[in-house]
Design a protein around this ligand. Structure first.
Ligand code: BES
Ligand code: ZN
Ligand code: MN
Length: 489
């Protein structure tokens, strides 16, 4: 990732290979455009300030700007422009900045006095420029990507620098979550996820314990073991803790860590399996969230227990009809081995409730049904505490990650009643996101809890404003924002 710095220099004076400026519709183009004399160039190019318009103006003798070039970026109506739009606008142009060594942007000047805009500018540039090319052998034809970026704003230097530093921490963590997801399952089995977690924990000073298969057996984690039973790659559970608030009750996090979801014996078709390396996206997002808060140090305690299994149809696999005994003793009847996420989360949720946390949040690529309900970009939220759900949704709204609440409709519990065990792992044909959440609810007791179904948003099938096709790092930015705010309460 590029190195970011903060400056209060005027856009015309800032030195970089290229400076990126917004242009709005209407008579007042945007900060820095008239100062650089570029309002006329924009008009001469017959551009209007619409979102999606770009004009690159290389410097010629007599030009009134210090940078080597100016990139004017259409930003739409000024009164509709938000910090979320700023992040996206910079994300959208970031790939085209790859051939420059150093870039600058004065986008934050659109929001006078707002340090969040500087943070969002970092996130937009860094995430938009993200690439996953570790497995490409021909690298020379692609430009390296900018190595330095200056964020121009109007808040005092210390405030601006802190905002830029926050943006760097978060963007770096999101990029790491993406790397974990994008790495093929063949190279990222449960034990490897655990090693990545340990390496991260050591680097940022978090406590980390990895539960081995034998320890999981002893501890009664029948869901994690049952799902992993058909794979040659044994399961793990990663336990992390961060202390920022003495002995106060922690916030607890968990995330679905299915290294690969073949469906198990209830095997998926080839097409549905193509992206199933992403089924540890929840786990990756919790790891990246823990990394972020270890560096940002909010005044809150956070613990995480992340179950990692690989769902494969090997000879020792769990079979439809089998009954698993979860941590804490509850049993579940497995009628479809492809509904495996809830089986491993049952164990980690039960384990986390033992720690008497203030609240539990889980993130999981849990159901295709949630994608049917909300589309590929929106996270589904369900839980037993409306205030907690509202808080998480508000955090998402603030950082531009969309989260919508679905009802945890109690009457649907009848669909997961089992004739032989405490609960069964599938419902009927409809409302699959809800019956999955109702299954999870069985394991949280009365702890306030919210479940985030990220089956859609964890993985972008198409490139979007904030990155290429692949892992997105959703909902890291939401969770970090939520935990940073929680530090004052
Ligand atoms: N990992 C999948 C859910 C998923 C689907 C994530 C598509 C991302 C994209 C999950 O384990 C699964 O297979 N769910 C089943 C549940 C069903 C068998 C009750 C599903 O959604 O079809
Ligand atoms: Zn799955
Ligand atoms: Mn599955």
């Amino acid at each position: 990732m590029a190195q970011f710095s903060y400056s209060t220099e005027s856009p015309a004076k800032v030195k970089a290979d290229v400076v990126v400026l917004p242009v709005f519709k209407g008579p007042d183009p945007g900060p820095g455009v008239k100062d650089t004399g570029l309002d006329r160039a924009y008009a001469a190019a017959k551009l209007t300030g619409k979102t999606g318009e770009n004009l690159l103006v290389p410097k010629r003798s007599g030009d009134r700007f210090a940078a080597g070039a100016v990139l004017l970026v259409g930003a739409g109506e000024r009164k509709e422009f938000t910090v979320t739009a700023l992040r996206k606008a910079l994300g959208r142009v970031a790939p085209s900045l790859a051939r420059f060594g150093s870039v600058a942007t004065a986008f934050p000047l659109v929001f006078p006095g707002d340090a969040e805009a500087a943070q969002a500018a970092v996130e937009g540039l860094a995430l938009g420029a993200y690439r996953f090319d570790r497995y490409k052998t021909k690298k020379d034809d692609a430009p390296k990507g900018f190595s330095k970026a200056v964020i121009v704003g109007d808040v005092v230097a210390k405030t601006g620098r802190d905002a830029v530093a926050r943006g760097e921490v978060i963007a770096e963590a999101v990029a790491w979550a993406r790397d974990l997801v994008n790495t093929p399952a063949g190279d990222m089995p449960p034990a490897q996820i655990a090693r990545e977690a340990q390496k991260m924990a050591k680097a940022v000073g978090l406590t980390c314990k990895v539960w081995s298969e034998a320890e999981l057996k002893k501890g009664g984690f029948g869901g994690i073991l049952g799902v992993g039973a058909g794979s040659v790659n044994p399961p793990r559970m990663i336990e992390l803790s961060y202390k920022g608030a003495g002995n106060r009750a922690p916030i607890a996090l968990t995330g679905k860590g299915i290294a690969f979801d073949s469906g198990g014996l209830s095997i998926k078709d080839a097409k549905s399996m193509e992206t199933m390396k992403d089924d540890m996206g929840g786990a990756a997002s919790i790891l990246a969230t823990m990394k972020s808060i270890a560096l940002l140090r909010p005044k809150v305690n956070v613990i995480a227990a992340i179950p990692c299994s690989e769902n494969m149809p090997g000879g020792s696999a769990t079979k439809p009809g089998d009954i698993l005994r979860h941590r804490g003793g509850k049993t579940s009847e497995v009628l479809n081995t492809d509904a495996e996420g809830r089986l491993i989360l049952a164990d980690s949720l039960a384990y986390l409730t033992e720690k008497k946390p203030k609240a539990i949040i889980d993130a999981a690529t849990l159901t295709g049904a949630c994608m049917v309900a909300l589309g590929a970009d929106i996270t589904g939220a369900m839980g037993n505490d409306d205030e907690l759900i509202a808080g998480v949704r508000a955090a998402g709204q603030a950082v531009g990650e969309q989260i919508w609440q679905l009802p945890l409709w109690k009457d649907y519990k009848q669909h997961i009643e089992s004739s032989v065990a405490d609960v069964k792992n599938i419902g009927n044909r409809y409302g699959g996101a809800i019956t999955a959440a109702l299954f999870l609810e069985e394991f949280v007791g009365d702890t306030p809890w919210v479940h985030l179904d990220i089956a859609g948003p964890a993985f972008a099938e198409q490139p979007n404003d904030l990155g290429p096709r692949g892992g997105t790092g959703v909902p890291v930015r939401t969770l970090v924002s939520f935990l940073m705010d929680g530090s004052t309460k």
